[in-house]
Design a protein around this ligand. Structure first.
Ligand SMILES: Nc1ncnc2c1ncn2[C@@H]1O[C@H](COP(=O)(O)OP(=O)(O)OP(=O)(O)O)[C@@H](O)[C@H]1O
Ligand code: SF4
Ligand SMILES: [Mg+2]
Length: 379
């Protein structure tokens, strides 16, 4: 791996799902056979000891992108490299494979929203946790395996570990199952863990406890986390404490990325403003002030996304050029840090056609949106 090679690099990744014409399509005489562009041109680097929180509304492609990052989903376009090795070339045995696919698989782990799904209901916790160790570290003696499992259970606060190890999954609470799933992932000594809505199902107090645990472990083991959440508060909590980034997704694309402070303190993309508005507990006084900063509430169909900038159908700042052209993710001219957004408004007035392009005539009255007199910046 060269010095400037990140741990994981996603380069112009696409994941398009072909939806076959099914029975319902035939009954309803709908065409079917559509392509869902779940991820459509995403580039993202993940460094060692990094935390990236992916946020966005349901169906925007968070899980698909997360799974693609940890090599559980093959992209239909672009590439994913782990320490400079193309993941899918390794899987297919193409070219000079420097890192075997099995090694990549072990290094990239996942914990799901439903932690029970990774635990066999008929096996004790000890048996479930020993199984992957047997596979990946066959040289460990049974005694060492046991010691490793008990040590990790204790580490995540499941004490006395012997008691938990002898239980079956149904004898654990939701939070305990989630900790067990985390132990299962950590036992692989991974470089990256994808935590897909891993705290969403937990009570608020347990959620914070679990996020703190993730942060402690990230600190201690240097594991990078890709944290998927539809909740911007959770994303902010993790990204801020870990010094990581938040990446906002909209219809298969990352539309803004930056530190929690940059992204929430000074959101550049109109969609990030919507998310901030919708997350009341971020800043109760400011966030919900006024009506939502969108023109339409309905979410477009991911199999038929809008042309140009995909947010143009909802964006209160959209102009005609936004219907034709797709803005790249670029740093703001005054703020060339890690903070980047894909909106023509990133250009200075005079540097892009956006500023002279006519406003969209189909825009519902912006005054209507602002009928309560609250300021929604329109310039
Ligand atoms: N295996 C699949 N086959 C076909 N379409 C899929 C498949 N997996 C996901 N999709 C579609 O891709 C889009 C993105 O789905 P994805 O699960 O990545 O979204 P998400 O942001 O994780 O949503 P949620 O917050 O609801 O979990 C959706 O339109 C979904 O229906
Ligand atoms: S490019 Fe245009 S439509 Fe897209 S977010 Fe920016 S102003 Fe809105
Ligand atoms: Mg999901």
């Amino acid at each position: 791996m060269s010095a400037d090679e990140p741990l994981l690099r996603l380069d112009d990744v696409e994941v398009h799902f072909e939806r076959k014409r099914g029975l319902i399509d035939r009954v309803l005489r709908t065409p079917g056979g559509k392509t869902v562009k779940a991820v459509d041109g995403v580039s993202l680097d993940i460094a060692e000891n990094d935390v990236v929180a992916l946020v966005g509304e349901s169906g925007c492609g968070k899980t698909t992108l997360g799974k693609t990052a940890v090599a559980l989903q093959r992209p239909t376009g672009g590439s994913v490299t782990y320490r400079g090795q193309d993941v899918w070339n390794a899987k297919d045995g193409k070219g000079d494979v420097e890192i075997p696919y099995e090694e990549i698989r072990r290094s990239l782990q996942i914990i799901h929203q439903d932690p029970g799904s990774s635990l066999n209901p008929n096996k004790t916790i000890m048996k479930s946790l020993q199984a992957p160790l047997k596979k990946w570290q066959p040289s460990l003696s049974p005694k060492d395996r046991r010691t490793r499992v008990l040590g990790m259970l204790e580490h995540v606060g499941m004490a006395p570990p012997d008691d938990y190890a002898n239980r079956y999954p149904h004898q654990l609470s939701g939070g305990e199952k989630q900790r067990t799933a985390l132990v299962r992932a950590l036992l692989m000594n991974p470089d990256v863990i994808l935590a897909d809505e891993a705290v969403s199902a937990l009570d608020v107090s347990l959620r914070v406890e679990m996020m703190d645990l993730l942060l402690d472990l990230q600190n201690e083991f240097g594991t990078s986390f890709v944290f998927v959440s539809h909740n911007l508060s959770n994303a902010r909590y993790l990204a801020q404490k870990a010094g990581g980034r938040i990446a906002v997704m909209y219809l298969g694309r990352i539309v803004e990325v930056g530190t929690a402070e940059e992204l929430l303190g000074n959101p550049r993309h109109p969609y990030t403003k919507v998310l901030r508005w919708a997350t009341a507990d971020l800043d109760p006084d400011k966030a919900r002030a006024g009506a939502p900063p969108v023109r339409k509430i309905d979410i477009p169909d991911p199999s038929n996304p809008p042309s140009g900038c995909r947010f143009h159908t909802r964006c209160p700042k959209a102009r005609e050029v936004c219907v034709r052209e797709n803005p790249d993710l670029r740093p703001h001219s005054e703020d060339p840090s890690s903070h980047a957004a894909s909106c023509f408004r990133q250009f200075r007035n005079g540097e892009h056609e956006y500023w002279t392009s006519p406003e969209l005539t189909d825009a519902p009255n912006v005054d209507e949106i602002r009928s309560d007199g609250n300021a929604i910046e329109t310039s």
